[in-house]
Design a protein around this ligand. Structure first.
Ligand SMILES: [Zn+2]
Ligand SMILES: [Zn+2]
Ligand SMILES: [Zn+2]
Length: 361
């Protein structure tokens, strides 16, 4: 004979999987997340439309003036609390070289869908499971997302709501108080259960009972079940989670200025090309072949990777020209170098000669 189940024989939160109905079209859905991932149905690719070749960008290399270079360094020095401005004031720029480079960026905006069972205290909502076949997970209409912005929507799948007896309290609506083990009272802490203090005096705290009402359950010995909120029943339904994700990859053409590539992550460049459509095609005829082959590779990678796990909604490819100027200057008989880069005229001066103003005074 097996013992009847008690409230403690189940885990505190999730009911066993078998407690849920096997919902047609949602058989793999589990409770508590995981396992509910839904590969999209075969996408209907549009027939590739001939793409007009990106117009040959007409650009000039934005070279910066000595004044801009000097101002940028002054701003940089003043942003560091202890840097001296002397090299900016007294240094003499000897040469400026342009090492402008390209950044190719591919963004693939995807939608993915997953389902999981959820449950909440029953409050009289309609119970509609099995009254109709639920719509397929990819047939449910979601809000229109903003392209290239991450967001998320959770939708209750229609015709999946059903009632369950609460697994935590076995439908009692209450569960035993853990503090007093269900007794409703505890040994009086003042008289230690004797009912008396100092010999003959009756304990005023418990009026001589020797026991004290449990404050946690107000003496009831049980508490309202927190899982069903005392409703005895739970409403179970399938939730569909829709996630929109912008997946972005960059390729920056190597340059030999000495400025590390990661510095360029923080700046913008001049946009030469911007192409946004359902599925982009690799750029053709761009002057730098490195950009062309990076575009081919990244587009192949993105379309393979993201069409399997999600639905691609839109892609965008951009090419920026990032200005990099290497500035050589002399100060106190020595030659020093700094870089000015990006539309923001950001400065990199790792070897700034006067990093402590007190030392050069
Ligand atoms: Zn007492
Ligand atoms: Zn209690
Ligand atoms: Zn309950």
């Amino acid at each position: 004979m097996s013992a009847p189940p008690t409230a403690d024989s189940y885990g505190a939160s999730a009911p066993p999987y078998s407690a849920f109905d096997n919902m047609p079209g949602y058989e793999g859905t589990l409770s508590g997340g995981g396992g509910g991932f839904l590969p999209p149905p075969m996408p209907s690719f549009p027939s590739p439309s001939p793409q007009p070749e990106p117009s040959q960008p007409h650009w000039t290399i934005p070279s910066i003036s000595e004044e801009t270079a000097r101002d940028a360094l002054a701003l940089f020095a003043s942003s560091k609390c202890c840097y001296s401005k002397a090299p900016v004031k007294d240094g003499v720029i000897s040469s400026m070289e342009a090492f402008n480079t390209y950044r190719y960026r591919l963004e693939t905006f995807t939608e993915s869908r997953s389902t999981e069972w959820s449950q909440k205290p029953y409050n009289g909502e309609p119970v509609d499971a099995f009254t109709q076949q639920p719509p397929g997970p990819w047939d449910i209409v979601a809000q229109a997302p903003t392209f290239f912005k991450d967001s998320k929507q959770v939708i209750k799948v229609p015709y999946t709501s059903s009632l369950k007896q609460c697994h935590d309290c076995l439908g009692m609506g209450r569960s035993p108080c853990k503090t007093c083990s269900g007794a409703g009272n505890k040994v009086c802490w003042v008289c230690n259960g004797s009912g008396f203090r100092h010999g003959e005096d009756r304990c005023h705290h418990c009026n001589g009972r020797g026991r004290d009402n449990c404050a946690q359950c107000n003496g009831h010995g049980s508490k309202i079940c927190s899982t069903c909120n005392g409703k005895r029943q739970l409403l179970a339904c399938i939730n569909l989670t829709i996630k929109w994700t912008n997946n972005s990859s960059d390729y920056v053409v190597e340059q030999s200025s000495g400025l590390l590539l990661e510095n360029l992550n923080k700046v913008t460049g001049k946009e030469l090309f911007n192409d946004s459509r359902y599925l982009v095609y690799p750029v053709m005829g761009f002057p730098d072949p490195n950009v062309v082959s990076a575009a081919e590779r990244l587009i192949r990678e993105h379309q393979t990777e993201y069409s399997q796990t999600s639905r691609i909604l839109q892609q965008r490819q951009t090419i920026e020209l990032i200005p990099i100027t290497k500035v050589n200057y002399r100060w106190k008989g020595k030659t020093h170098v700094y870089f000015v880069y990006g539309n923001e005229f950001k400065v990199n001066a790792d070897n700034y000669p006067a990093t402590c103003c007190c030392a050069v005074m």
